[in-house]
Structure formats: structure tokens, C-alpha cells
Design a protein around this ligand. Sequence first.
Ligand code: ATP
Ligand code: MG
Length: 375
Amino acid sequence: MSKPFVYGTAVFGENFTDRKAETKHLKMNFEAGVNTILISPRRTGKTSLVYKAVEQITDPSIKVVMMDIYDCRDEYEFYERFASAVLKGLATKAEQAMTLAKSFLSRLSPKISISPDPSQEFSVSFGIGPKTEKPEEILDLPEKIAQKRNLNIVVCIDEFQQVGEFPDSIGFQKKARGVWQLQKNVSYCLFGSKKHMMDKLFQDKSMPFYHFGDMFFLEAIPKEEWINYIVQRFATRNMIISEEMAGRLCDRVQLYSSYVQQLAWNVLIETEGEVTEQNLESGYELLIRQTSALFMRQLANLTVYQMNYLKVLDAGVHTGFQSSDILEEYRLGSKSNITRVENVLLGKELIDKRPDGVYFADPVFAYWFHREYCK
Ligand SMILES: Nc1ncnc2c1ncn2[C@@H]1O[C@H](COP(=O)(O)OP(=O)(O)OP(=O)(O)O)[C@@H](O)[C@H]1O
Ligand SMILES: [Mg+2]
């Protein structure tokens, strides 16, 4: 039986709702070879959306290479992952991958092994390290293959913010941008969480990837869409939730995609027949219990100033932190301290900077924090 609600992983098929306009936009970018940068707060649905758009491409001359670099610690690991993702994306069999590697990366000595993991037929490694000459050749691998085979390739790189953590990150970014921007048959879709890092990589004029492509900010799924989805998913289990109650469910988590699905599942577990007020409350309490251990960990090493800053947000202040009243009342230290505090909290993804001020990044965290520390 299919799951009525899914959270924590990318969603597909009947667990994917709405996003019609965004899917179309992304698909058109992919088909036209437009570079795309996809940014949103955590767990809004970036990965799910990219897969959805890729699924809808029908042109057989367009090939898509998917890679996730969340665990790449330096540029060499990136090159390994990049080369192997390109080969795997374009070859279905180990022998084909080997042939491609030999003809396009002849300087390296690729090793291809049949993977013990049954979900992956083969894995590729190159032993790339600081002594490897011309990493640019690896960055140019998709273009070489695309030209030779008369293809267009879209390379999708998930958790791209990770490049900000590489030693000599700027050096790497310059190399990558330098090579990628000259490619004619290859385009890139770069996306990831850690919004502040993605913003820095792509929105800061001094950074190599500034203006690299179409900036695409993924917004929340509209409430009406969620209501339809929730009502229908309850119905698949022969249960009823009124539109009004489904709307309240969305409000409780401010339309935050993964929480909508998690809370809906919690409520479904609590319900017999039709969802009541009490079911919604118990589902929400369960959500707090499920998330509180993680929230505690996120606060573990915060300084008094950082905690006080969060308390200011809780009090409804979103701008003007450097005014002497606020500094004094909430004991935030000196004016110059504020930027440091904000940078730490942004790095931990506890707060989010929006055009109209600073807010808690996570609505459930905000509720929990208020209950634990501000009463
Ligand atoms: N289109 C959608 N329809 C329904 N639920 C969605 C959709 N997109 C995302 N979700 C919900 O949000 C969760 C996270 O989705 P996904 O992993 O795609 O987001 P993400 O932005 O890539 O997250 P992360 O920041 O962790 O990389 C899913 O498990 C699902 O519960
Ligand atoms: Mg993701």
C-alpha cells in the first residue's frame, strides 16, 4: 500500500503535489540549456522538484546527470564525484563507462568496479588528488562527450553549497565557472540547502558564480493545493478531514513542506474516522516530541548572546537590533557583536534573513523555543 504522507526524503508520484508552474519553468530551462540556481529554505522541496522536472523531459537528445555532493570535503572529491556521475549518467554498462573514460580522460587511470551494492551496477574511481594535472579536463568532460555524441547534457548538482566548505573554495569556484561558462552543449542546475551559503555563492558580486544563471527561489506550496492534497490523501485511507481542519494543519507549520506532510501523518495516526480538533493537537504535540531532541542539539553550544538574540526574535522584533534600547533590554552585547551573532545563527540555520527582517528559519523550532525558553 502506498504511503499517504511522506517526509524526510524527496517525494515522487502521488506524494508530489502542485508545483506545476515551477516544474514547467525548470523543465524549459533544462530543455533550452539555461543554467539554473535553485534556492529555498531547508526541506521545501528542491530535490523533489528537480527530479519531477527531469522526469518530464521527453527530448531524447537531452541527457541528465544527477549528483549529490553533500559529503565531498574538497575539490578532489568533487572531481571524482563529477567524473563518475557523468560516466554513470551517460553509460548504462560498466564497459561503456570504461570506454568513455579511456577516450575522454586518457591521462587519468580510471578504475571501474562492479559494485556489491545491487542498486548500482558499477562504480568508478580515478584516484584524483592534488597532483592530478589539469582538473579542468574533468570539469570539461560532459562538454566533450556531448559534442562528440551530439547531445545536450544537464548536470544537476544537489547540496551545491558544500563547495563553500572546500579548502581554497574560491580557487575551485573560479576554475569551475571558467570552464562551465564556455560550454555550449552542457547546462547546470545547482541547488542546495543552507540558504545563506547559496545566497553568498550566487548573489555576492565578488564571488565567481555571481550571475551564473537563472536564480530560482522556491516558495512554499500554496495552501489551497495542500488542502486538496491532504483531503485526498486522508480519503485513500477512508478517513475524513474537513478543508477547514486541513487549512489549520497547514497554518500550524506555516506551509513548511516537510512539516505539512509529517504533521498530516501524525494526525492521521491519531484519527479514527474524521479528524477532530483534539487529533490535530495531539498530532502537533507528537511533532514537537519528534523534533525536540534535534532542536536541543542545535542550541547546545550557543552563547548567552546568541540565545538572547533568539529571544529578541521570539519577542517579535525583526529589525533594528543595533538600537541601544534593544541591545540593553535583551543583553546582546555591543553593536559590533550583532553581526557575529547573526553569522553563527545563520550558519546553524536557526535564523533566516528576509527582505523585511530576520526571522526564525523553522516555524516548529520557533514554537518549541518559545515554550521552553520564553515563558
Ligand atoms: N511537491 C511536493 N509535494 C508534497 N510534498 C513535498 C513536495 N516537495 C517537498 N515536499 C515535502 O518536503 C520534504 C522534503 O522534500 P525535498 O527533500 O525535496 O526538499 P529539499 O528542499 O531538497 O530538502 P533539503 O533542504 O533537506 O535538501 C518531502 O519529504 C515532503 O514531505
Ligand atoms: Mg534536497
